[in-house]
Design a protein around this ligand. Structure first.
Ligand code: NAD
Ligand code: DAU
Length: 337
C-alpha cells in the first residue's frame, strides 16, 4: 500500500510515520511537508534512509504539485495544518490558507486521481466548549461551534471533506481528536512549553485562572486510532478520539510536571487569558471503541513522566526549535501584550 502523508514533519505526523513504518514495514510512505516553523526533519532521522520512505518539500496549497503526487497513492492521510490557537489569534490568514485552501486542493486531487481513502485529521475544538463541572461530552453528533480562527478553519475543512463524500462519493473518513502530548511536540503548546521553560529555569505561563480542562491523549494512542480507522473504518464516518484523562485542569497538570521535575509552585506565573478561551473539552469515544475496538492503551502519569524525560534527553532538539523565529512569536505572545 502507498500512503501520502501531509504534514509528516510536524508533531503528530512524524509520530504517525515512525509508528506506521514499524507496524507496516512493506508499505510506502511519501511525506509532503512545507517545513513551516513547526516542521522538523530531525523528527524523522531514523527513517530518512528507509527505501520505503520519501520526503517531498512542498505546499499542500499547490494544486499541480499535489495532483502529481496523488497519482498512484492508495490513501491520503492529511495532517498538514496551521495548528496553534494562539498564533491563529495573532494572525488567522495562514490558517485559512493552509487549513481550508490546502484541504480543498488535496480533495480535488484525491477526486481526480480516484484515491481509495482520504483520511482527514481534525480536532475536538470544532465543537466549541463544554461547561466546567458537567458530565457532558462531545459526541459524533455534537453541533459544530468553533470559537477561534484555528478551530473555525478546521471546521471549514471538515465540512469540505464531508461535502466531497456527499457530492462526489469520495471515500473519506475523519477523526476529531482531543489534545495530544508526547515526543516531538513543538514547545509552543502547553506540555512542551512548560517542560522546556522549567528546564531553562524559567516560569510556566498559565492562562487566566488555570481552571481550563482538556481531554489529554498520548500521541501514540492517536496514531493507533488513525491506523484502526484506515484499516477498519467505515467510509463517510467521523470518529471521535480521546479519553485518557478525566477533567484534569491545566494548573493540576502543571503541578504534576513541577513534582516530576522537583520544582515548587513559585515556578507558576498566572498571565493574561487567551481571548475566547474554551473552558472544557471532553470526548465520548464509545463509537470507535464499539466499532473498531480502539481504546487508549497508555497511562497518563507514566507518559507524562516519559515525556518530561524525553525533553530532558533531547535538549538539542528543543533548543534548536526554540531559537530564531520562535523568539519573535514568544515575545509577541507573552512579553509585549
Ligand atoms: P504541527 O503544527 O506540529 O505540524 C503541522 C505540520 O504541517 C508541520 O510539519 C508543517 O510544516 C506542516 N504544514 C503546515 N502548513 C503546510 C502546508 N501548507 N503544506 C504542507 N505542509 C504544511 O501540528 P500537529 O500538532 O502535529 O497537528 C497535526 C494535525 O492534527 C493538524 O491537522 C491538527 O489540526 C490536528 N490535531 C492536533 C492535535 C494536537 O493536540 N496537537 C489534536 C487534534 C488534532
Ligand atoms: O483539542 C485539540 C487541540 O489541542 C488541537 O486541535 C490543537 O492543534 C492543539 O494546539 C491543542 O489546542 P489547545 O489550545 O487546547 O492546546 P495548547 O497546548 O495551546 O493549550 C492547552 C491549554 O493550556 C489551553 O487551555 C491553554 C492553556 N495554556 C496554553 C499555553 C500555550 C496556558 O495556560 N499557557 C500557555 O502558555
Amino acid at each position: 500500500m502507498k500512503l501520502l502523508v501531509t504534514g509528516g514533519a510536524g508533531f503528530i505526523g512524524s509520530n504517525f510515520i515512525l509508528y506506521w513504518i514499524k507496524k507496516h514495514p512493506l508499505d510506502k510512505i511519501m511525506n509532503l511537508d512545507k517545513l513551516t516553523y513547526a516542521g522538523n526533519l530531525e523528527n524523522l532521522k531514523e527513517v530518512e534512509k528507509n527505501p520505503n520512505y520519501e520526503f517531498v518539500h512542498g505546499d499542500i496549497c499547490n494544486p499541480q504539485l499535489v495532483n502529481s503526487l496523488t497519482k498512484n497513492v492508495d490513501m491520503i492521510v492529511h495532517f498538514a495544518a496551521e495548528s496553534h490557537v494562539d498564533r491563529s489569534i495573532q494572525n488567522g490568514l495562514p490558517f485559512v490558507k493552509t487549513n481550508v485552501e490546502g484541504t480543498f486542493a488535496l480533495l480535488e486531487s484525491a477526486r481526480e486521481n480516484k484515491v481509495a481513502r482520504f483520511h482527514h485529521i481534525s480536532t475536538d475544538e470544532v465543537f466549541g466548549e463544554l461547561p466546567l463541572n458537567s458530565k457532558e461530552k462531545f459526541t459524533d453528533v455534537s453541533p459544530y461551534n468553533p470559537r477561534s480562527p484555528y478551530s473555525a478553519s478546521k471546521a471549514a475543512s471538515d465540512h469540505l471533506v464531508r461535502a466531497y463524500h456527499s457530492t462526489y462519493g469520495l471515500p473519506v473518513t475523519i477523526s476529531n481528536c482531543s489534545n495530544n502530548f508526547g515526543p516531538y511536540q513543538f514547545p509552543e503548546k502547553l506540555f512542551g512549553l512548560a517542560i522546556t521553560n522549567l528546564l531553562e529555569g524559567k516560569k510556566v505561563p498559565v492562562y487566566g485562572d488555570g481552571l481550563y480542562v482538556r481531554d489529554w491523549l498520548y500521541v501514540e494512542d492517536h496514531c493507533r486510532a488513525i491506523e484502526f480507522i484506515l484499516l477498519k473504518g467505515t467510509v463517510g464516518k467521523t470518529y471521535l478520539v480521546g479519553g485518557l484523562t478525566e477533567d484534569i485542569s491545566n494548573v493540576e497538570i502543571i503541578k504534576k510536571i513541577l513534582r516530576i521535575m522537583g520544582k515548587d509552585e513559585s515556578s507558576i506565573e498566572y498571565v493574561k487569558d487567551r481571548p475566547g478561551h474554551d473552558r472544557r473539552y471532553a470526548i465520548d469515544w464509545t463509537t470507535i471503541q464499539k466499532e473498531l475496538g480502539w481504546k487508549p492503551l497508555h497511562n497518563f502519569d507514566e507518559e507524562l513522566k516519559a515525556t518530561v524525560e524525553w525533553y530532558s534527553k533531547h535538549e538539542n532538539w528543543w533548543k534548536d526549535v526554540k531559537s530564531g523565529t520562535y523568539q519573535k512569536y514568544y515575545k509577541a505572545q507573552y512579553v509585549n501584550r
